[in-house]
Design a protein around this ligand. Structure first.
Ligand code: GLY
Ligand code: MN
Ligand code: MN
Length: 485
């Protein structure tokens, strides 16, 4: 339905975002007066804290202990404009979510050092929209446009934190004295207020500490990652059921199908879904997803549901589009499967982080030599990493709120670490024969296989959070046949 528009092309019946382009709708005094009143009090009382609240408090306590006497500032991030008054979907910064359980845009967590030691934590949040000054209906971020927010009092009950109006945050931080650290790259206004108090080196140290604080997941986080994997498994089942529609259209049907599951059961996808059919499977981050889906080829689907609490799965299955692996597809698939089995077996407390990678690479190097694609001995291949022409990437990474979680952790605490219970990581070996690779027989070209699962280190070994999906070739075929009827 066409909207009425004024001479500037602005919809006549809609107020304009005041802060965006300076255009104001004509608001009569009478209308402004009418809009101020006649609204019910919807304040909520006696709210239960969110489930994350005690976990977030424990994380803040660790942060407090690491930086005694210093003010710590962790913004949630600002909305980013896509065009004019249209914004990109907002996703709060991982550090902020981890320390608060909150996902409010524009918010800032401040840990203020107390004279007696420890810190006072305050979440600076956008409060309810003011009705007296018309903000709630005249501002593009007013509640009438974007929905009701929690009041500050409600925020305090839900988060178990003192809450203040975020519009005071920059001013208060500018006036504050003493050492300060801020997580950079999230809120230019807050950074400007702190510009003469912080250093890049000290802020990088904070960021690194917060990454390391996420290396070991607590019980809440493991529960959320399990939910993410379970939703992801359902999303993969959805895809198998519509492969005929994908064949009639394109990889986009797969992307859209998985996205539907992610949005209905979670917040979003945790990263751009890789829906790579046929030779696209050899492109590691194929997210254009605009290619054909053809019987007889493989589909490499790497996708993860992000829960409403923002934890993501990261799962890959490589599936025969017609439901049956060809002999060569199966040979390559089995090699990757065996490598993944060896990798998963190497995940346990006390093992080195690099062990699962090396175990998987060992298997893949052996197969490549056995197939005559590489000259042995295997030890020499591994020493020179010659298998990497076809294995291409590392065998896994930490997983959590970010798909590549803990990425700012120091080498000694991540890549060189010893695994401990509560770490969650992916094991994801692959083999990729590019369509134009003249060093392999023609029939290998254009085949790409990756199998990826999400593994939590337990007291006694490890648990596969994504084992709701089959991996072994026969089981994959049976599962597909059952889903397709
Ligand atoms: N989905 C990206 C990765 O597997 O690391
Ligand atoms: Mn991964
Ligand atoms: Mn992945």
């Amino acid at each position: 339905m066409a909207e009425a528009r004024d001479e500037q092309g602005v919809a006549k019946d809609k107020p304009i975002k005041q802060r965006k382009n300076g255009l104001y709708p004509a608001v009569s005094e009478e209308l402004a007066t009418v809009m101020k009143s006649g609204w019910a009090d919807t304040e909520r009382h006696g709210l239960e804290p969110i489930e994350q609240a005690p976990y977030a408090a424990a994380r803040r306590a660790a942060l407090s202990a690491r930086f005694p006497g210093e003010r710590i500032v962790v913004p949630a991030g600002r909305l980013r404009t896509r065009s004019n008054d249209t914004e990109y979907p907002f996703r709060a910064a991982t550090e902020y979510v981890h320390l608060t359980g909150d996902q409010t845009q524009d918010a800032v967590l401040v840990l203020e050092p107390l004279p007696a030691g420890g810190h006072q934590a305050t979440a600076y949040l956008l409060p309810r929209s003011d009705r007296e000054n018309g903000e709630f209906w005249l501002d593009g971020q007013g509640e009438l446009w974007v929905g009701r927010r929690n009041s500050l009092a409600e925020g305090e009950q839900l988060l178990g934190l003192a809450c203040k109006d975020v519009r005071r945050a920059a001013e208060e931080l500018r006036a504050a004295t003493g050492p300060v650290r801020v997580v950079r790259g999230l809120d230019a206004g807050i950074e400007a207020a702190l510009a003469d108090k912080v250093t890049a080196e000290r802020d990088a140290e904070l960021k690194s500490f917060l990454s390391e604080l996420r290396l070991v997941k607590d019980a809440y986080e493991i529960g959320e990652l399990q939910k993410a994997c379970d939703s992801t498994a359902r999303g993969f089942e959805d895809v198998v059921k519509v492969l005929d529609r994908a064949e009639a259209t394109s990889e986009r049907w797969i992307e859209g199908t998985f996205f539907l599951r992610a949005r209905v059961e979670g917040n979003d996808i945790g990263y751009g879904s890789i829906c790579a059919a046929g030779p696209h499977a050899t492109t590691l981050h194929w997210v254009r997803n605009d290619g054909p889906v053809r019987s007889g080829e493989l589909l490499l689907l790497d996708a993860g549901v992000e829960t409403t609490s923002l934890y993501t799965a990261d799962v890959t299955r490589t599936l025969p589009i017609n439901g049956r692996f060809s002999p060569l597809q199966r040979k390559i698939y089995d090699a990757v499967y065996d490598a993944q089995q060896a990798g998963i077996a190497a995940v346990k407390p006390g093992a080195g982080y690099r062990d699962f990678h090396e175990a998987a690479q060992q298997v893949l190097a052996e197969r490549l030599v056995e197939w005559g694609l590489l000259e042995g001995p295997v030890e020499r291949v591994l020493e020179l990493s010659l298998q990497r022409r076809w294995t291409l990437h590392g065998t896994g990474h930490m997983l959590g709120l970010d798909v590549h979680d803990c990425a700012q952790a120091r080498t000694e605490t991540y890549v060189d670490c010893t695994l401990v219970p509560g770490m969650v990581l992916t094991v994801e070996p692959g083999l990729y024969f590019q369509p134009d690779d003249l060093t392999v027989p023609a029939e290998y070209r254009g085949i790409g296989v990756r199998i990826e699962d999400d593994i939590v280190v337990t007291d006694s070994g490890a648990r596969n959070l994504s084992d709701g999906l089959p991996r072994q070739a026969d089981e994959v075929e049976e599962w597909m046949a059952a889903l397709r009827g």
